[in-house]
Ligand binder design. Sequence first.
Ligand code: F6R
Length: 254
Amino acid sequence: MKLIIENDAGTAATAAAQLIAEEIGAHDTPVLGLATGRTMEGIYARLAQAHEQGTLDFSCVTSFNLDEYVGLSAEDPRSYHYYMQDHLFRFVNIDLHRTHLPDGAATDLDAECAAYEAQIARSGGIDLQLLGIGDTGHIGFNEPPSSFDTRTRCVELDEATREQNAAMFGGDPNAVPHEALTMGVGTILDARRLLLVATGPAKAGIVAKALEGPITPEVSASAIRLHKNYVVILDEASAAELSPATLARAQRNA
Ligand code: F6R
């Protein structure tokens, strides 16, 4: 593991955006795995800024997002399709035909998930998968327990996750869809490199569990420790419950 601890959420987002930009620059046809959520907003803002400044070209990038709510169309402002347009795609020169998210409005969800896996495989696999971590320890929407060989599938969202994401649904956890399509833990582990980013004090407990607790389907983010090439970027607040031994291994950019 490469663990980077930045001062705050802003510098953590800058470090993550730099790493993503380097990955894009390292391939002729880079394939990125993307995530949504509050943690990613600062990262996408910095990628958009780099593009605007002429230092980052998305024209050859292919992307696959982790997840989407079941029942929401791409035009729904609460969908992750909409989020990606709103936070990244409309600001950069990515070819929209090369952007992919699972279709939560598909009539046959199982067929949609199988097709999504096939598309990832056809693209040659994901070079860098960006990950956040949820209050339940999920990566993507892999709620506990999610075995480490799971593939893209329909899952039931945990109550804690619906609470975490209620803000986009008028503050009402019951208004958050109860199901989502998500890449599986196995799909995520197939990516050639993983980048997990967490910021803020609310993430400190689950970050410590994921990085130092047992590697278990009960905390799907713990699975990243089985990967041979993964980077974790935290801010001081989300790193607050890590042990001195783990902190000693971290690179700090004060
Ligand atoms: C979203 C996703 C989730 C989020 C996680 C953290 O596509 O895959 O795993 O990364 O729920 O969300 P925030 O950043 O809103 O705390």
